[in-house]
Unconditional design. Sequence first.
Length: 359
Amino acid sequence: MPEQVYNFYAGPAVLPKQVLKQAALDIVDFNQSGMGIIEISHRSQAFTAVIQETEALIRELLGVPGHYKVLFLQGGASSQFFMVPMNLLQKDRVASYLNTGVWSNKAIREARLFGQVEVPYSSEATGFTRVPQHGEYTVNPKSEYLYFVSNNTVYGTQFHAMPETDAMLVADMSSDILSRPVDVSRFGLIYAGAQKNIGPAGVTLVIIREDLLERVSESVPTMLQYRTHAAADSLFNTPPVFSVYGVGQVMRWLRDQGGVAAMDRLSKQRSSLLYEVIDSTDFYRGHAEKASRSAMNVTFTLPTRELEEKFLRETTEQGFIGLKGHRLLGGFRASLYNAFPLEGVAKLAEFMQAFARKN
Ligand SMILES: *Cc1c(COP(=O)(O)O)cnc(C)c1O
């Protein structure tokens, strides 16, 4: 292995070094209690303090209004594909979904199990190279909500402005939450699997407007109702204690870095470094249309299969790990989440320039 490794994996993904070091200590002995963070009761004072601080930091960093609940759930972001319609969409009602990639496709399939689903926009026919701009679609005014994926992790596209509609917004922000400011008050529900931008795998953050908690039908199993977890402050059953702790540590780090505004600046800096290289030559081809490009996942291909194999080999030798694109898309994907060091992107950009010249 090279001395310095840069972790470009799409998720689970890079976490701040200092968080990992602290976690290593806390796993053995948390707060000098003689017990590790993963062996104490989730109802202990020590863990209650952890989950409360984690929630408070998320509220502060994202500006979550008081009439929203912040929940820590399990089952991954993928369980939200069904929990959202199960709780918010009645059988005879309609919801609208923007189809911009793998994750929205999966969510649409699940939503159809519960109610009527309309898809006013899809970029599927053109290989999901873009997200819609304002005015490109109209939402049925009867929609209970408009669902979209703010950052399409696989294809490398991102909504740079939130959809403008009278319908309530519901968003999967798994791969860009806390990387930029968001006006939470425009949403009914936001969710994100932790393992991309905010912590270890195993916990899903859900932010839900309080009045929606009662919309659910009584026949939904207790564990699958948001209100169950809201009423119990995410302690209805044993939560993923280590993951919640991990998110809390990342939130402390994020606050110390300057919060969401700092993350926003940094993510633009990081991604521009790579997009500039991609645009400066015909050698690399970006997958996403320029106006839809993601600041989190930069996707591109090379002229031939042979060159791609060579690129993969040489980048790996240089310590650039996890660049292989998603199996559906091929090519390469550089995932540049909050904890990704800027100098690592600069080094990859330099390498890409040299590789294009030589080949
Ligand atoms: C990774 C990802 C998911 C799936 O997350 P799991 O926690 O593995 O279920 C869903 N949506 C988006 C946008 C993702 O990036």
